[in-house]
Design a protein around this ligand. Sequence first.
Ligand code: HEM
Length: 179
Amino acid sequence: MKGVIFNLLEDAVSAEHGAEAWADLLDLAGLDGGYSSLGSYPDAELLAIVDHAAAMLALRPAKILRWFGQRAIPLMSERFPALFDSHRSARSFILSVNDMIHPEVRKLYAGAACPHFHFHDIEDGRLAVAYQSRRQLCHLAHGFIDGAAAHYGEAITVDHLTCTHAGDPVCRLALEWQA
Ligand code: HEM
């Protein structure tokens, strides 16, 4: 995982719980930190930090990942304003993840292994988002979607229809825009 993700997590944790909380998490996970945005680090380090945060707050790791995704979006919009300013809605922003956002990320952060999403409209009007990655970070994707909705002043309900954590071959999210 690229260091920039660790940097965003540090910023999110420090903003809400103070810089000491981040230092405590690193200690508990037995990590020395010092993540450079362009570096690549084992996914297990991110998951260890998330697991310790979950234990500390008595929450499930999925909740922490979703929280992180929500909090990361405003931080990303400061770092990468052009990726947000070229859209007027969360739908258009989310639909650009494969063709604009993550290709740009791969240019900026060599070696980034970004996931690919499949989108299709469901008959009931919802947007289906299919996600498959060996990293199984569907709850992070859920948080990014929450954060995108907040960024564009929208409300989106996300239903997790299938999940690789439950043994399904792929995660399918159904997004419903609230009036
Ligand atoms: C400006 C917006 C965004 C930026 C800058 C961004 C950037 C990144 C970066 C740097 C990574 C790490 C890749 C690596 O270390 O190999 C990543 C991973 C990821 N991104 Fe994005 N992303 C953005 C938007 C989104 C959105 C809208 C979604 C979902 C709807 C999304 C879903 C994910 C997920 C789930 C991962 C984890 C890696 C995996 O699952 O394999 N991202 N993104």
